[in-house]
Structures are given as structure tokens and as C-alpha cells.
Design a binder for this molecule. Sequence first.
Ligand SMILES: NC(=O)c1ccc[n+]([C@@H]2O[C@H](COP(=O)([O-])OP(=O)(O)OC[C@H]3O[C@@H](n4cnc5c(N)ncnc54)[C@H](OP(=O)(O)O)[C@@H]3O)[C@@H](O)[C@H]2O)c1
Length: 252
Amino acid sequence: MQRLLNKTALIIGGSSGIGSSTVERFLAEGAKVITTGSTPESVKRTQSELGDAVSVLEFNALALDACQQLAQTVSVRFGALDILVLNAGVSDWRPLEQWDQAGYDRVFDINVKAPFFLMQALLPHLKPSASVVVTGSNAAHSGFAGGSVYGASKAALALMARTWAAELLPRGIRVNIVSPGPTQTPLFNKLGIPAEHFEAAVQNVKAGIPLGRMGEPSEIAAAITFLASSESAFATGTDLVIDGGVTRLQAA
Ligand SMILES: NC(=O)c1ccc[n+]([C@@H]2O[C@H](COP(=O)([O-])OP(=O)(O)OC[C@H]3O[C@@H](n4cnc5c(N)ncnc54)[C@H](OP(=O)(O)O)[C@@H]3O)[C@@H](O)[C@H]2O)c1
């Protein structure tokens, strides 16, 4: 059974990792998929990897005008949306004393401000029964050393998403959150970990996961697909934590 047959879905940040896996999953489930990359190079690479089955548009979360532009392009070219996945994000982990304003602003601009104004811009173009899924993080659910800014950005995003869920009840639009734990994506290569410490850092992360391994992007995509589809019709404002037990279990 194709759970997203004939649904039009926009996945923000489908050029890599969890978003890319979600694009593949949505296609397999029968959706018509539009996605984004943040630069012309990323758009070109993603379009050539995914082929004509997907439309890849440019969206840079650091240029706030891009929210209105993307909404306009999507509505003119593809019409109203059944599914919106706000997935693009960046991660940055530092101890408190190493943060500066530019680093803080970058995380909040991409992870909080852009999804907020993008949601506002796309709202007129969501169908009455649309499903919105937001990629949060398990970092919003616990106090992980080094995660103050990243975790706070995802906590802010999750709270906004729950608020949208309440505001959009009269329109029949559901909004839910998926909060992944450590997942094997290119995000880890963007954290600035020196090559000689990379493997030790990965082992350290794995050691803190009760299931003993990192998640696969496809496992997060499966959760996003569930929340995007009508199988989750009774869920709105919920936050599905998929993190190998990190935030809920204490291993023996
Ligand atoms: N991997 C994990 O362990 C993990 C855990 C918890 C939550 N998450 C969350 O899951 C989501 C996806 O992460 P991922 O692991 O798949 O990371 P990823 O492989 O680095 O992919 C990040 C995505 O976000 C897009 N993006 C980054 N900066 C952007 C910007 N300025 N404007 C527009 N798009 C931008 C990227 O587009 P380009 O490639 O075109 O730049 C890419 O599509 C993020 O929200 C992340 O915070 C990940």
C-alpha cells in the first residue's frame, strides 16, 4: 500500500541525510515531492542524484526573503500542499564559554527563525487536511553538555510547532514533531571535529545510546512518513522521540 499516493509534499532540506532519506521514502509511498537545497551547487547535485521524479528548489534559510519566494514558487508551480516537512537544520555543540554571538545567531536563524517565517509564508498554501512534520532533536529533551544553543533552538522549534498544532485545529491541519537522536548523516562531518578525534567522538556518542548504535536516516524517515500520512490521523502536537533510548532509558 502506498500511504502517500497522489499527495503533494514539500520537504525542506532534502539534499542530505534525514531529508534525503525522507524524499526517497515519500517517493516510494507515491507522493509527488518537491525539496530544497541551500545553494545552487547543492540543488544541482541533488537534482542529478534524484532525477526528474523530484523538483529541487533553492532555499537558503539565512536569507529571510527566501521564505516568501519559496512559498510563491511552490504555489504557482505545484499548487496547494498536502504535506510539509520542515527538516533543514544545523547542529553546533560547544561549551558555554566558547559561544559567540555569530555562532548563536546562525543556529537560531536556521533552526528557529527560518522555519517560523517559512511556515507563515506557506500557511495559505496548505490544504485543509495538510500534515506538517517538524524535525526537532532529542537534544531538546535533556541537558546534554555542549548542547545549550542547539538544544534550545530545537526546544523553541518544537514549542512553536505544538502552538501551530493548536492554532491550526480549526483548519484540520495537523502539526507533529520527530525528535531524532544521534543519526548517521553528513551532519557529523560538519561539526568541526578534527579528523584524528572523529572516530573517538563517534564511539563516545554510541556509548551513550542504550541501543548501542546510531540511528539510520531511513529510521527517522519512517517516523516522518508515519506522521505525514493519515495513519497518524489522531496525532497532532505530539513529539516522537527516535533516539535509541537516550533520553528515556538508563541502561543497566
Ligand atoms: N543527524 C543527527 O544526529 C540529528 C539528530 C537530531 C536532529 N537532527 C536534525 O535533523 C535535521 C536533518 O539533519 P541531518 O542529520 O540530515 O543533517 P545534514 O545531512 O547536514 O542535512 C541538513 C539539511 O539541512 C539543509 N540546510 C543546512 N543549512 C541550511 C540553510 N542555511 N538553508 C537551508 N537549508 C539548510 C541542508 O541543505 P544543503 O545540504 O543544501 O546545505 C540539508 O538538506 C536537522 O534539522 C537536524 O538538526 C539530526
